[in-house]
Design a protein around this ligand. Structure first.
Ligand SMILES: Cc1cc2nc3c(=O)[nH]c(=O)nc-3n(C[C@H](O)[C@H](O)[C@H](O)COP(=O)(O)OP(=O)(O)OC[C@H]3O[C@@H](n4cnc5c(N)ncnc54)[C@H](O)[C@@H]3O)c2cc1C
Length: 214
């Protein structure tokens, strides 16, 4: 993100705030959330970066072709990556142990302590896995209800949102792109009714919680 000295005004008819993890910050640049606390203008876009790790592991004796993308009830997940005994895996940390999101360094201890034991519990062959690489990225985390925020802002009616997907946005992207295009071009949702995802639920404090996500 640029610092405030580098901000430049941009004139436009319509803006779609699809800045992912940074869309809360981008909205703040327009004053959204900075008004009096008891007013509409004082309600921020509740989306912030949350660091998540993905670990690539190698395990020649691990499960094969018929292995689905598996999310264990503990929240640990793995997915086969090709046919050479490689897998990707990870888990989200507990709220109280959220890592510092000012960098993208990988915490390997998190794998040792929180991911590996659960993987090996689920698939005993994973006792012998080896981590070959890892990376970190930012979840576009909606602190209100971990769900997308889609549609027009109630005060700034030429700013649309398509954000806050909280780590499951790839799955939503075709539908969201289509719905937001309809909203802009036709003034309403046509083929997909995504009104439930509007900013309104934040104003009325009616969360639409996701249960089965990592
Ligand atoms: C480790 C990890 C694993 C994930 N796994 C899955 C998965 O298995 N399934 C799934 O569905 N989703 C997954 N996701 C989530 C998914 O990647 C996101 O929900 C999705 O990318 C959101 O898409 P987006 O277009 O809203 O935002 P992004 O893809 O984050 O794009 C936002 C864009 O806005 C740009 N931007 C930011 N600030 C500004 C600014 N001020 N000015 C101009 N541009 C700006 C950024 O550079 C970026 O290009 C995962 C995410 C992570 C981090």
């Amino acid at each position: 993100m640029p610092n405030s000295m580098e901000y430049q005004p941009v004139e436009c008819a319509i803006v779609v705030n699809a800045a992912g993890a940074f869309s809360g910050k981008l909205a703040e640049m327009l004053g959204i959330g900075l008004g009096p606390k008891d007013s509409l203008a004082g309600i921020p876009v509740p989306v912030e970066p949350r660091k998540r790790y993905v670990y690539v592991v190698h395990c020649p004796d691990g499960p094969g072709l018929d292995t689905p993308f598996l999310i264990d009830y503990s929240g640990v997940y793995f997915r086969r990556e090709g046919l050479g005994g490689n897998y990707i895996s990870g888990a989200s940390p507990e709220e109280v142990e959220e890592p510092d999101a000012s960098n993208l360094e990988v915490d390997h201890q998190f794998f040792e302590n929180k991911v590996w034991p659960k993987l090996a519990d689920r698939v005993p062959a994973f006792e012998k896995l080896k981590v070959t690489s890892a990376w970190a990225g930012f979840y576009d985390y909606n602190t209100f209800d971990q769900n997308g925020i889609i549609g027009m802002h109630p005060l700034i009616n030429n700013m649309y949102f398509a954000t806050g997907f909280s780590g499951h946005g790839l799955q939503h992207s075709p539908a969201v792109g289509r719905a937001v295009a309809e909203l802009i071009l036709d003034g309403e949702f046509k083929t997909l009714d995504l009104r439930g995802f509007s900013f309104r639920r934040i104003l009325t404090q009616e969360p639409m919680l996701e249960q089965n996500i990592v």
